[in-house]
Design a protein around this ligand. Structure first.
Ligand code: ADP
Length: 458
């Protein structure tokens, strides 16, 4: 795909309701920021349009300033501009209070809020005389952009634009997603295997000719163990053992578990059905049985699940206080220390469109232990079973994986991982070094997106 590098620069506008580090709830936010940075680095112009939530922490925005206001939808909409992670971002603030609810999601009228946002973003482009080549919208929340554009704005002066729609998670808002699939010029999802897994879904099935799986990458500057203010010793693959030892100690001290040389399992996740809650619980028990340590960082949008984990935490902290810590919150700095300090990162998802945690784990030299589904299947190659499949990608095996969504499945992968740690530390350390040297950045996927953008314009 080197040919795309010779094409003239394009102007791409993302219309999204999340962008890391603010406002970020999950992988969607990471992807909008890191894909945009990668495309901008290849000399294209990228703008992002976001709602101006009242709960934004503006300390992450440089040169925040008022730009203009316009009337639309029976209200005045103020436009603010600022730089986030080097990207140009327009923040839309309708004066009808739709984004003054103290949250990103969770209002009863999220559909209405984001529908209004999608429409007002197109109106903003039109009223500012912008002529983007690509308008890129994401998931159900900015899906309306696809049909509002084709039904209206394509006739009003945004005619050269093509619409690209990315599905980050089909579970959310399938009806809206189906409509956006119909109206978009190209559609993507975030890994090849997930694109096959969802290809029979009625929202997707009749659109396969324009539907592509492009793997997500991680931003190597935002996740960099050699330049990370949240870890005690900076490291590369050359001093991974030393760097990870220091990080493990710092993590153990910070969380008040025993500072000992034990295998440490890290889990960083939204606690929802998708993420394999019963498998997570089983893995915690199994690791403790094998005299390992467990650190979980996770929060549950569903209060019943949150409660359930609060109870589990109390139980574990009293029986295994020196070896288990469950942090039931969202904490980005702590996540960095866990990625660096853990030996293994567990991702036992029931389904997983791409998954970023396993990629970030590898960037920090932690070994992924994952269920073989979606993007986890495409990025983790079992040291015992996937040598050939890895070779076909020009890679060496990099982790442990399992099929079944049951205790036996988890045990199969986790036992081998823990045994490798106890019985073959030199081999294990060389595996840590190897996974750090694999490239899970946007280097390759950004070229795939460029090619897709170009093909949308033909
Ligand atoms: P999803 O988007 O389904 O939540 P991904 O693996 O694509 O899953 O992305 C999850 C992102 O959110 C990762 O960057 C991960 O580090 C981060 N994350 C998840 N839970 C937490 C948490 N409790 N605290 C900090 N970061 C978290």
């Amino acid at each position: 795909s080197g040919g795309v590098l010779k094409e003239p620069p394009m102007h791409i506008v993302h219309i999204s309701v999340e962008m890391a580090p603010i406002p970020k709830v999950g992988g969607l936010g990471d992807v909008v920021t890191s894909l945009s940075r990668a495309i901008q680095d290849l000399n294209h112009t990228v703008d992002i349009i976001l709602p101006n939530y009242d709960c934004l922490n503006l300390s992450n925005v440089k040169d925040f300033e008022f730009r203009k206001s316009y009337s639309w939808g029976g209200t005045e909409i103020k436009v603010w501009f600022g730089k986030v992670e080097g990207l140009s971002v327009y923040f839309l603030e309708p004066q009808n209070g739709l984004f003054s609810t103290g949250c990103i999601y969770g209002g009863k009228n999220d559909g209405e809020r984001f529908g209004f946002f999608s429409h007002s973003a197109l109106e903003f482009l039109l009223q500012s005389g912008s002529h983007p080549d690509i308008i890129h919208c994401h998931d159900w929340s900015s899906a309306p952009v696809a049909w509002l554009f084709k039904d209206h704005y394509v006739h009003y002066g945004l005619s050269q634009a093509r619409v690209v729609f990315t599905i980050h998670n089909l579970e959310f808002g399938a009806p809206l997603i189906g409509k956006a699939m119909t109206y978009s010029d190209k559609a993507t999802t975030v890994s090849h295997t997930y694109s096959k897994e969802v290809s029979g879904n009625p929202a997707i099935a009749s659109h396969l000719y324009k539907f592509h799986g492009i793997l997500n990458g991680i931003d190597p500057d935002m996740w960099d163990p050699y330049n990370d203010k949240f870890i005690p010793v900076l490291y590369t693959s050359e001093n991974v053992v030393e760097g990870k030892r220091a990080a493990k100690q710092a993590l153990q001290q910070r969380l008040g578990i025993k500072t000992a040389d034990l295998p440490l399992l890290g889990i960083i996740t939204r606690l929802t059905h998708q993420k394999g809650i019963h498998l997570i619980k089983h893995a915690i028990g199994r690791t403790l049985d094998r005299n390992g340590q467990v650190v979980l960082l996770g929060s549950a949008p569903d209060p019943r699940i949150q409660n359930d984990f609060v109870n589990l935490a109390n139980q574990l902290h009293s029986s295994y206080g020196d070896r288990a810590r469950l942090c039931l919150t969202y904490d980005e700095p702590l996540s960095h220390l866990i990625y660096a300090g853990a030996d293994f990162i567990l991702v036992p998802s029931i389904f997983e469109p791409c998954g970023l945690t396993q990629l970030t784990a590898m960037r920090y030299g932690s070994i992924p232990v994952v269920r073989k589904t979606g993007g986890l299947y495409d990025t983790v190659f079992d040291v015992d079973n996937d040598k050939e499949r890895a070779e076909a990608q020009g890679l060496e095996p990099n982790g442990f994986s399992f099929d079944g969504a049951d205790a036996g499945g988890v045990d199969y992968a986790l036992n081998r991982a823990i045994s490798a740690w106890y019985d073959g530390r030199d081999w294990f350390n060389s595996l840590c070094k190897r996974v750090m040297e694999q490239d899970w950045s946007w280097n390759r996927p950004a070229l795939d997106y460029l090619e897709l953008y170009h093909s949308a314009r033909k």
